[in-house]
Design a binder for this molecule. Sequence first.
Ligand code: M6R
Length: 611
Amino acid sequence: MCGIVGYVGNKSAVDILLEGLTSLEYRGYDSSGVAVNVNGKVELYKAAGKLQNLKHIVEKNYAEISKSTIGIGHIRWATHGAPTVENAHPHSCNCGKVAVVHNGIIENFKELKEKLEKNGCTFRSQTDTETIAHLVATKFGEVHNLTEAVRLATKEIEGAYAICVIHQDLPNTIVATRRNAPLVVGLGEGENFVASDVPALIQYTKKAMYLEDNQIVTLTPDSIKLIDIDNNPLAQHIEMLPWEPVALSKMGYKHFMLKEIHEQPDVVRNVLSGKLRAVDENVSLKEVTLDKEKLRELSRIQIVACGTSLHAAMVGKYLIEEFCEIPVDVEPSSEYIYRKTITDKNTLVIGVSQSGETADTITAVRQAKSKGSHILIITNRPDSTMAREADSLIPVNAGIEVSVAATKSYIAQLISFYLLAIYMAEVKGACDLGDLKHELIILPQKIEKVLAHKEDIQKFARKFANSKDFIFIARGINFPTALEGALKLKEISYINATGYTAGELKHGPIAMLDESMPVLSILMKGKVYDKILSNSEEAKARNARMIALTDSEDEKLNELFECIIRIPEISEILSPALTVVPLQLLAYYIAEFLGKDVDQPRNLAKSVTVE
Ligand code: M6R
């Protein structure tokens, strides 16, 4: 949820830190800070609010700060303590020689704090992180070696963390370590980098080394040393990062969200590439390592996910049950982990996550893994913590997603579920899905058609932008689309939006309808079309402002609906991969019209690494 960047080398560190933090800003943005070493003294610069506030402070002191060729930086999403300057990272010890940035949560921080206070440490913030600074400083006093001090400190720390530490007396050294929070080292020429995520690195280097849990790395401009928590030296596995810097540019779009919505046709092509080659060929999904015999014998599937990924999972349930006749349970990870979950080796457990770092989903899949279930992970980040838990890993290849509101990763997850369901059906010899395969291949053109008419959606958005509430209704396979449409709208416009199964409307929510309430019906031709039409009539009879999202040309709709968003005809079973696009655009244009911070909505972060 927070972002970390560290640099040691031959250039001005602060420029690199601020660049890096800018590219991580989507991960958290309620306060930020940097620590540098100027003339042999560790100096901290911090600001509450957006990163821009820190940049102003740095600008004012630039002549001084820019002398430092070492530094660590942090962008925060508050967990312990309000987003104030005092609570912003980096944190330092009493003598100010040690500075620390941290992602995650130190679970035993109260006990540690008590102990440290008894030993004379004075705390200046409400954060759990400050304990690390005092603890490392205490250990450094004993061993006079920063790597060793960090190693000893991590033996006492419980919880999840990625930390970077510098010490005033070592102007060429950063020590970093992790447990259940990502950290990656970037290798340069005469300079080295460390960050919580690759966007902070890719403009400087593509050579990287991912840290594993409990590994400790010591970086100087010319060296990288890796040890485990017991002080054993470790071999380094250097990889080339697949990301391109251009992925982080808005490419002329006003917001990343709009750019990412427009990338969706290509994302679909990418996901299908190499897996669905022709209508008369079986889907190839080498990523699924579960033995075909075992797959045929599966008695049950459980899918765990959060937020938008949960909605993709709900579509996945529908598909797998429809094609493979295996019962599928979908559950928010945060619920799954706090009840007695019945799973075993005949259950396939699927974790779905854009970031692969969502704490609840990681815990859920670990819980299932401990019971012997085969774990299949569908993620946009094959380099993530969750991916490492996978027995089968399906990377969705959506490319880096910067906007906090997930769009292209959702489409990529959906398409992955279509491929998985078809693959499983083919392994089971269940049914002929040639028509669906054909439709999948031509789906990108249909999405392009929807995007080509975005101005119509923009017009509707302006009409409804001042609504206080919004209701989305659908049935069957598009019910998750209604939930997703509502989630997108509330996330970025802060309008109270809810998705209902259309049949449930009359069991309560209908009481809310009057002339001020927009009701958007997802009305796709198919087996529930007439039913949703009747439910829309019921809403209209209560004076609701009716909007249709439909592939029907039926003239009668003009009487019932104030606005009609028409999309290309598509089979009902594949329609969620198309109906979501206009809803993403509607949410986008409403938020943009209201002047909201579309890419970085309040209170949110791109990956939620706390339970
Ligand atoms: O990275 P994940 O897919 O695991 O994240 C899950 C949710 O936090 C995420 O989908 C969230 O709901 C998005 N902001 C939705 O736009």
